[in-house]
Design a protein around this ligand. Structure first.
Ligand code: DQQ
Length: 447
């Protein structure tokens, strides 16, 4: 019989074993990048959610540290959930996080490093005033979670946003605070979008209209746009929109209502959820973490003993070409992992062909590919289709892409491909797809 072994990843962040979901409180402090991550120390399925903690000098190589926050109070006994860090001018770090209480009510709690001068922020202390925020009237006790990093307003008060819903209306509540202990709920939402349901893991951050530098979360005013993002509980997809924030009225308005939060652009069209950004004040970057949840079953996860990854962190800037989208790119530190590279220019990929690219053997590949497609103007249009047909279904212009993890006979492979669909004589919609129906899930070690 063959010994099944599931490949572990080589360079995506994951703990040694067990379940991980979205990150929390990412920050840069005294020479170290910190990630806290929701973790189940006891099993490879969600539960007993605790904050794992790791540090890195380069966002690529990580050192696992002891658990930072465990569910050991009545106000977080059913889980230390998503939270965010605010680096305060007083030199302290204010960590707000959601606790799931004994009766599964979601409340917000405050924690601080025991010693803010410790570069590793090893020990954390929960504020005796916890919980500092309870679900307000009209908000469901299980619809009140995931506080954002706070930002400073022109009145000298901090703002914190928390996603929620009213029926199917996705909403973002905003609280004002001076001390992170007592809060005033604003009498209006920062923003809301009908039909989008519960907004999890809300993120709200400024981006520079010109240039590629990241901005501190409190930046506002001329030459700045604000991104509002929500993880939609109903669809498990991360949506964002670019808009304009009025820091006096505490109102955010999408620049393009057709691309509002939850109905327009997504950060990523693969497995990607519960993302969160932080401002890297060392290199003046806005960095985005995303959680890659599994596509296999709980049985598989228990069998292999681990579940989920974090994406390679990405820098995020406004797309200067349109001012209406974001450009994301893996942090430059990832290039330190590249040992050798091959470049293939002007490879012609004819219809129905598979063109092998000979690179010798490799265990991990970082592939950058550009495809040029010649439009056949005036061609009959394809009926609108998407990724659903997998890599086998053809449209007039594709699909084309990469066969990754393919064995020599091409019986096992993972397709990553583009499918342009000519929806009218000169308009094309392009889908970016993966087809995992024939992917190689095991490596066989025949005994
Ligand atoms: N996961 C956390 C919540 C958050 C959800 C609980 C997003 O705080 O809303 O593990 O996946």
């Amino acid at each position: 019989n063959a010994m099944f072994t599931w490949q572990r990843t080589a360079y995506h962040f994951q703990p040694q074993r067990n379940w991980m979901n979205g990150c929390a409180g990412p920050l840069y402090h005294k020479g170290w990048y910190h990630i806290f991550y929701q973790y189940n120390p006891d099993s490879a399925v969600w539960g007993n959610i605790t904050w794992g903690h790791a540090v890195s000098r380069d966002l690529i190589h990580w050192l696992l540290l002891p658990l930072a926050l465990v569910p050991d109070r009545w106000y977080d006994v059913n889980g230390v959930w998503t939270g965010s860090a605010t680096r305060h001018p007083d030199g302290n770090i204010y960590m707000l996080y959601t606790g799931s209480t004994g009766n599964l009510t979601q409340v917000q709690n405050l924690a601080h490093p025991a010693d803010p001068s410790d570069p590793l922020l090893l020990n954390w202390v929960k504020n005796p005033a916890n919980p500092v925020l309870l679900p307000p009237p009209g908000i469901g006790p299980k619809d009140f979670r995931d506080p954002t990093t706070a930002w400073l307003g022109p009145d000298g008060l901090w703002r914190v946003a928390i996603g929620s819903r009213m029926e199917k209306l996705g909403i973002t509540l905003v609280y004002k605070t001076r001390d992170f202990l007592s809060y005033e709920l604003l009498d209006h939402y920062l923003h809301s979008v009908p039909g989008t349901g519960m907004w999890e893991c809300v993120d709200f951050f400024p981006v520079a209209v010109n240039g590629t530098k990241g901005l501190d979360t409190s930046a506002a005013g001329e030459g700045i746009k604000h991104v509002l993002k929500a993880s939609l509980d109903d669809t498990k997809l991360d949506h964002f929109a670019v808009g304009t924030y009025d820091p006096v009225e505490d109102l955010w308005t999408p620049d393009d209502p057709k691309n509002d939060v939850g109905i327009g652009l997504k950060y990523d069209y693969g497995r990607y959820y519960a993302s969160k950004t932080f401002y890297d004040q060392e290199k003046q970057r806005r960095i985005l973490w995303g959680w890659i949840n599994e596509t296999d079953t709980e049985f598989d996860d228990l069998k292999k003993g681990w579940a989920s990854l974090q994406t390679i962190p990405r820098t995020v800037v406004l797309d200067g070409r349109t001012g209406a989208d974001l450009l994301q790119w893996p942090v430059e530190e990832i290039e330190s992992l590249r040992l050798r590279s091959y470049c293939f220019e002007d490879v012609l990929v004819g219809p129905g062909s598979v063109v092998p690219l000979h690179i010798g053997s490799a265990t991990q590949l970082d592939i950058m590919a550009e495809f040029e497609v010649e439009l056949i103007s005036g061609k009959k249009t394809d009926e609108e289709n998407s990724c659903d047909g997998g890599a086998a279904e053809r449209s007039s212009l594709g699909p084309f892409g990469i066969l990754a993890l393919a064995d020599a006979s091409l019986s096992e492979l993972t397709s990553v491909f583009f499918r342009p669909v000519q929806t009218s004589a000169d308009a094309v919609t392009t889908y970016f797809c993966t087809d995992q129906t024939r992917f190689s899930k095991f490596t066989f070690d025949p005994l």
